[in-house]
Write a protein that binds this ligand. Sequence first.
Ligand code: SF4
Length: 155
Amino acid sequence: MKPKFIVCDEPVSALDVSIQAQILNMLRSLQNELGLTYIFITHDLSVVNYISDDIAVMYLGRLIEKAPTEVLFRSPLHPYTKALLSALPVPSLHNRQKRILIKGELSSPIDPKPVCRFAARCDHCTEECLRGEPPLVEVAPNHFVSCFRVAGKEA
Ligand code: SF4
């Protein structure tokens, strides 16, 4: 078939770590050999970090942050991305970061209100966040965020 673009939907979830590594390495070598582009959908941030050039973070079906992998892991801007990354285990006794806990329940994705989708769980929510959905704004070269607070700071 000689595809140029492949959608990988949770290809390594529920596999043990050694099989995961074999599959990820195989995908990488195929990518180099055949010049493939992948869109790689996963909930596993370690896998995302290993396999991706660019990361798009979704919340309730909406893109809330997108950046090159190294930038996103070094300086996440959206409150949800920050909380996600704070949950990653750090293999150091001296460099432990504080975990940001997300409160509340995930809202229903059916017929969402026209407000920020993370508002009900966000510690920084203001009235502005409840007046409409924040647009996706490029706050630095190739770094896009959908958050009134972040966009306001960068403007
Ligand atoms: S727009 Fe407001 S509620 Fe939504 S993530 Fe940003 S600060 Fe939180």
